[in-house]
Design a protein around this ligand. Sequence first.
Ligand SMILES: N[C@H](CCC[C@H](N)C(=O)O)C(=O)O
Length: 277
Amino acid sequence: MKFTKMQGLGNDYVYVNCFSEEVKDPSGLAKKISDRHFGVGADGLILICPSKKADFEMKMYNADGSRGEMCGNGIRCVAKYVYDYGLTDKTHISIETLAGIKYLDLTVEEKKVVLVKVDMGNPILEPAKIPVKAEGESVIDAPIIVNGAEYKMTCISMGNPHAVVFWDGVDDMEIEKIGPSFETHERFPNRVNTEFVEVLDRKTVKMRVWERGSGETLACGTGACAVAVACILNGRTEDMVCVKLLGGDLLIRWDREKNIVYMTGPAEVVFDGEWNE
Ligand SMILES: N[C@H](CCC[C@H](N)C(=O)O)C(=O)O
């Protein structure tokens, strides 16, 4: 099976072109191929497939084999793949996901995609749709007890679930001690991606993320969108936010009139390979 390793701000996945390859057990393959010692090594597996509703379909699997509804860094890489590898010559494309159809604008230099702007759709704040077992109606600044301590979280879905926690000094936090306890907390029926965010100024924040099904990643596109929405809802930033992640920066804008979140960032090819299993 041919694959292409790609990364968006260090959030790296194995991509398979399912116009020419067949993947019978994507969940099982995701677990095997993501292993950083016995496999290729990645945060998960992404299939690029035909679609009846859009130009393409993206099917995303975390490193533990679980299916993610949406992947922000991943969808930028899908856009780069389909243009650079000749599946389309359009610079405005649509991609079907479990979180709905997403629309992307590609910036091309010397026939290669260098930057992608994604219409990430509406942030979802209703507890039942995230889903989160909320105590009361609001999931803004909601209390949660994790490992015996109380935290305040803002819960948002970008098609996939996120819990955003404001945190002083994200560089020094021991995310591996708290991330898994949020991920599997009983308040989240489908588990959760958890972002820890430090506000630097009204236009800039710094975050780290413990991803559902993959652990700490260098970047999380949907997580950066959830962080920006949470900062704006809590009055901490303007509507356009530079989100600084371990792997680099994403520019997020929440157009409040249209209620659409836009994410702009890079996508890179690492290498092409062959998986013989
Ligand atoms: N772990 C996420 C999927 C990947 C999201 C992240 N890598 C991104 O760029 O949005 C989930 O299970 O919802």
